[in-house]
Design a protein. Structure first.
Length: 154
């Protein structure tokens, strides 16, 4: 009989091999706020792990996978302190204007703390890469659009 027709146990053994979350190949630069978020996530997952009902294999696999990910991110975190100046860098809050006169304000942060809907982008994003090292008044092209840097602050 083919194993395709053998019924698995109800315990969710298929979840025991939940693949790990991929780790970015880029350096894990973080702001102070980003490091605090990572530390809080590790603490939350450790507490959740302690309360787990280990009969729930799917939930156990998910929590342990996420704990491995966030523990790894905590261990590899490289804190980058704020730098003052007019040059765009990691941690900068930048105001840009696009060719269609749309203004956008965002902060350049680490990959795990980036949330474009809340005004933060990853330092490895195309826009952040294009403007890093540039100054107020500089214009760059990103995805076929011109973007001018209007303001930079720490």
């Amino acid at each position: 009989m083919s194993v395709a027709f053998v019924r698995e146990n109800e315990g969710g053994e298929a979840f025991e091999d939940l693949p790990d979350r991929p780790i970015s190949p880029h350096p894990n630069f973080v702001t102070r706020e980003g490091l605090a978020q990572i530390e809080a996530e590790v603490a939350r997952l450790q507490a959740e792990s302690a309360r787990l009902n280990h009969d729930d294999k799917a939930e156990t696999a998910r929590v342990l996978r996420d704990l491995r990910y966030w523990s790894s991110r905590k261990n590899s975190a490289q804190l980058v302190d704020k730098v003052e100046g007019d040059t765009v860098h990691f941690g900068s809050t930048v105001t840009v204007v696009r060719a269609d006169d749309t203004k956008q304000v965002f902060r350049i942060v680490g990959e795990d703390e980036a949330d474009p809907a809340k005004g933060s982008i990853s330092y490895v994003s195309p826009l952040a890469r294009a403007i890093t090292g540039k100054n107020v008044g500089d214009t760059v092209e990103v995805n076929g659009q011109e973007v001018e840097i209007l303001k930079v602050s720490a």
